[in-house]
Design a binder for this molecule. Structure first.
Ligand code: SF4
Length: 238
């Protein structure tokens, strides 16, 4: 995106592709609702949220309905997670995060760091960030299909780690994309940058449109176990 002004809008401008009313995993240790924001400019082959990629698609849920749902869940949920897609793409996100806090919920944010200039101002509004690390930064263009995506992600991760906001790095693992040694090296590099948690999660075939990736999905758990044996600080999920 352009280097100058980052636009903002009211939460009512948020374009939501759906919601998970209760999740035990999207914000570790918290009972959360997950709001899925539409739009992502990357094209990762293993994406299982392809229905969310079109920022201009007709929203499945509007902010007013989501907010009303959250009001009824006060005292029952700990947190609300803004996920996607790439939620930082949306001009209404900051206001939605602010209003979510005003309702009394913790705010979680899932991002792959595609827009560092947008992420920076959002960090003070987040209580926890799940940062999606696709691969070593040098391999991003290959995985996302977007030139310069690795540099953007590197800048975003640097902002996040220096912000002091609680966070974890997480990487989706697939045997056609990684070796165990490569995953262990990626993990070690993230710890060297200052990350305190790196989670390896199993590739999910549901929603993924790449038949070759889906065919090899069963080997993911074994690959994660091998990587964890090489880098014991890494955590596993899924
Ligand atoms: S960044 Fe996330 S939402 Fe966007 S294409 Fe990649 S996996 Fe899908």
């Amino acid at each position: 995106m352009p280097t100058s002004v980052v636009r903002t809008a009211k939460a009512s401008a948020l374009r939501l592709g759906g919601m998970t009313p209760l999740s035990l995993t999207d914000y570790p240790g918290q009972l959360s609702a997950v709001l899925f924001c539409q739009g992502c400019s990357w094209s990762c082959a293993y994406c299982h949220n392809t229905h969310l990629l079109d920022a201009g698609a007709t929203p499945a849920l509007d902010w007013a309905a989501a907010q009303e749902f959250l009001r009824r869940r006060k005292g029952l949920l700990d947190a609300v997670v803004f996920s996607g897609g790439e939620p930082t793409l949306q001009d209404g996100l900051a206001d939605a995060m602010r209003r979510t806090r005003e309702l009394g919920f913790k705010v979680g944010l899932h991002t792959a760091g595609a827009y560092p200039r947008r992420l920076g101002p959002l960090l003070p509004l987040a209580d926890w960030v799940g940062f999606d690390v696709k691969a070593p930064f040098a391999r991003y263009d290959e995985l996302t299909g977007v030139p310069g995506s690795g540099a953007a992600a590197r800048e975003s991760l640097s902002l996040l780690l220096s912000s002091g906001v609680d966070c974890e790095c997480r990487t989706t693992v697939h045997p056609s994309l990684f070796t165990a040694a490569g995953l262990a090296a990626l993990s070690a590099s993230l710890f060297a940058l200052g990350a305190r948690r790196h989670v390896l999660q199993i590739f999910r075939a549901d929603g993924c449109v790449d038949a070759a990736l889906n065919a090899a999905a069963d080997a993911c758990a074994e690959l994660i176990a091998q990587a964890a044996a090489l880098e014991p600080r890494v955590e596993r999920r899924g």
